[in-house]
Design a protein around this ligand. Sequence first.
Ligand code: DP6
Length: 326
Amino acid sequence: MKATAEARANIALIKYWGRIDHELNLPVTSSLSLTVDKLVTRTTVVADPALKADELVLNGVEQGGAPLARVVRHLDRLRERAGSRERCRVVTENTFAASAGMASSASGFAALTVAGFEALGAKVDAREQSTFARLGSGSASRSIFGGFVEWHAGKTHEESYAEPVAPATHMDLHDVVVVLSEGEKKVGSAEGHGLADTSPLHGGRIARVPELLREVREGIRARDLERLGAAAEEDAILMHAVMMTSRPSLLYWNECTVRGLHAVREWREEGLKVYATIDAGPNLHLLCMGKDAREVARRAQEELRPTSIIENAPGEGARLVSRHLA
Ligand code: DP6
């Protein structure tokens, strides 16, 4: 069977940083994100009894080593659930640069989970797809769904899944990504999660997250950008404070990131409603309403000199694009 699925990246408004279980990717806190529309991964899985081993082609290049090993591990989980032993050829394309703190693993493992289960002949509902996507990459659990999505931390595999809070059409929240570096990051999030515990600030963030989650949920419900934006910006800074104070210290920001954080405060004082969040990289994600996105992008282009800007609207969840006999 051959199946193709598409999934989109998501930007966390309340972050996932740190785990209680590294095998199962069980996070320390729940998190909440917006699935975006422009950062798309399209993945085709062909399950083929004639194949001796799994194969992976990423953006046109045949892969080996760690990227292939991570995909094989994920296919093993899907095969076990599907009761299949078939090896797979996986062909995957991203519309954006991987490993620049732009969550390619989220859209990647969401698309692989949906296409993989279909190719292996397993019928799995969206909640269970979310738990399996999580095993590949924590944030992928959220990319199964579109719009505003909360991932419940949970204490077991079955309890740790994402579910929609509001659909993409609920609120026209945009994520203007200001790409400041497309280089590979030195310490990826997989390793970073393991260091969160070493920061003396980690406990402080964990204590604060329930209140910030409430603020973001309420802000979404009321379509109140100021409420959700202030909480999202606070949590991004809290997460980076934990990263910076880990041992070893993780410093993902560069000069332009700091300049951007100052600029966003100035723009707010001038009356432009915009908030910043940052993942495990230097790039800024500027949260604003759709009607202001052009102006935010214009100012970012002028004042922050980015390598590129991607204007995201709310996006849809992972979906099967096609399936047929190979
Ligand atoms: C900073 O989902 O990439 O983007 O589970 O190891 O694949 P793994 O981690 P990953 O971590 C994402 C971290 C973050 C915050 C977030 O998206 O919630």
